[in-house]
Design a protein around this ligand. Structure first.
Ligand code: TYD
Length: 136
């Protein structure tokens, strides 16, 4: 797994339509980092774009546990990836040093599985700064 390239992760989907399903994310199995924390975003108005930042060290997996999320990721090499998350058994790995924006359907709940603790100093919040940054 190339941790510099954004990519989808298919979580196991245990069960069937008669009973419902369980999906599982496990550090070192289908999550390519040690999970430090999990948080979730919800009730985001459809008119709002969230994100608009990069992280220096944080790696994440985003999952639409409900609803639909349109996710755009620009890597530090300038490559752009577009994802539509609309199934709770699918996640997207967001590499460190990548710029991301997200738009949500009215019923979307975004779960974020994160590799490090929240630290405002880990954010790059200005796109110009992101483009000028010499990542190594
Ligand atoms: P941010 O990471 O910018 O959210 P998004 O990428 O979804 O747009 O965080 C939004 C605000 O919440 C920002 O002021 C930082 C704050 N915040 C915390 O206080 N604790 C946290 O764990 C997170 C993730 C954000």
């Amino acid at each position: 797994m190339n941790k510099k390239i954004p990519h989808k992760i298919n979580f196991p989907k245990i069960g069937d339509s008669s009973t419902g399903y369980i999906s599982v994310a496990e550090a070192s199995k289908n999550v390519p980092f040690d999970v430090k924390r999990v948080y979730w975003t919800y009730f985001t108005p459809e008119s709002i774009e969230r994100g608009g930042h990069a992280h220096i060290n944080l790696e994440q997996i985003l999952v639409a546990v409900s609803g639909t999320i349109k996710l755009k990721i620009e890597t530090s090499e300038g490559e752009i990836f577009d994802f539509t998350l609309d199934s709770p058994d699918i996640g997207v790995f967001v590499p460190k040093k990548s710029w991301r924006t997200m738009k949500y359907s009215h019923n979307a709940v975004q779960m974020c599985i994160a590799s490090i603790e929240y630290d405002e100093k880990d954010y790059i919040r200005y796109y110009k700064e992101f483009k000028n940054e010499k990542f190594n």
